[in-house]
Design a protein around this ligand. Sequence first.
Ligand SMILES: *Cc1c(COP(=O)(O)O)cnc(C)c1O
Ligand SMILES: [Zn+2]
Length: 427
Amino acid sequence: MSAVVIEKTSTPATPGLREGAFGNATALSCRECGHRVELGPHYACPECFGPLEIAYDFPQVTREQIEAGPPNIWRYKALLPVPTDIEQSPNTEPGFTRLLRATNLAAELGIDNLWVKDDSTNPTNSFKDRVVACALSAAREFGSKVFACPSTGNLANAVAAAGARAGIKTVVFIPSDLEQPKQVNSAVFTDSLVAVNGSYDDVNRLASEIAGEEEGWAFVNVNVRPYYAEGSKTLGYEIAEQLGWRLPDQIVIPVASGSQLTKVHKAFQELIALGLVEDRPYRVYGAQAEGCSPVSVAYKAGVDAIRPVKPDTIAKSLAIGNPADGIYVLDICRETGGAVEDVTDDEVRAGIVLLARTEGIFTETAGGTTVAVLRKLVETGQLDTSLETVVINTGHGLKTLDAVSGAVAPAATIEPSYSAFAATGLA
Ligand SMILES: *Cc1c(COP(=O)(O)O)cnc(C)c1O
Ligand SMILES: [Zn+2]
């Protein structure tokens, strides 16, 4: 597909697209060279092959307008590339998840003021429902006939469910060694789950090839990636709104492709530009698992280039060896005074158990990674324990039971008698 070049920033009359199909979005803009193309199913700059991002012309948006919206991501629809009647189209209505004050975890880690943004309660139990809802809206407006993705697991779940609800055919591609619960969580929604013998990066390459061959396929994180990526901004908007229209001082975010981290930062910048929050400094921290830590390795080496790796970690939802937005994660974490850190698989397991036993939240390996990185940032003095800190839990532990099933178990197995119970010493 070829991108049409436009001259101005005003809304172009794109043939075949509904008036207002993308709300206040005006164009696609190259993150590298600033070149603009009109809104369409494009993702790479025709000039330099850099990634395209959504550009907007925002009207005055007020806190009151947002607060009057529905308790899901569409309360921020004025800030997303979606039509004003987006609530009318069937979708999974993700977002507006809990921001919990994590008093026990804070005490355990020696942090004064800590919050957990718990995105495990989204419709398919990960933050991916947010990005998929935005990608689905774009696919609809483009008249796509198939809704597809390469996935490390959670994205496949979200695409398959959203497609089912929207009545659009889905085809989802996953690495064949993916955790069984994540396979079932997709297969229950679609009869077209394709397991590929290879790593996520192999699956991603295959998806790009199919996207080039097949007309009318919307691969959410490939050819509609600019629209998909905007969905992660809602995490940033919600955190600010739930803190009482205020930015946190520090935020710790897991990094796979790096899209989520860059978009939470973009959300904070937009809220400042719109006058919805006070402009004040904040630090952004990225979390990776040691077995797939290309961004953390580059951060620690002080270099700008990211060397792709072959992933080997239990944190499969973060196992992207060649992260598309890795270089932007480096920029943001360095510019804001944050850091990128990584932890071992044993630390990931300990992170899962720590969050469960302090806050009653069962997270998957990605959240275990993020909590373990939070702990390591404190222990290494990279995080200021006197400042208000938010940690994002992006997925649910029931999808990665195997990760901790060897680490937690019944304390005793007994006959049904009081004396047997008394003998355990648990009374
Ligand atoms: C996909 C995913 C991430 C990271 O997403 P990126 O935007 O690709 O960095 C984090 N946590 C979970 C649970 C995920 O599924
Ligand atoms: Zn460019």
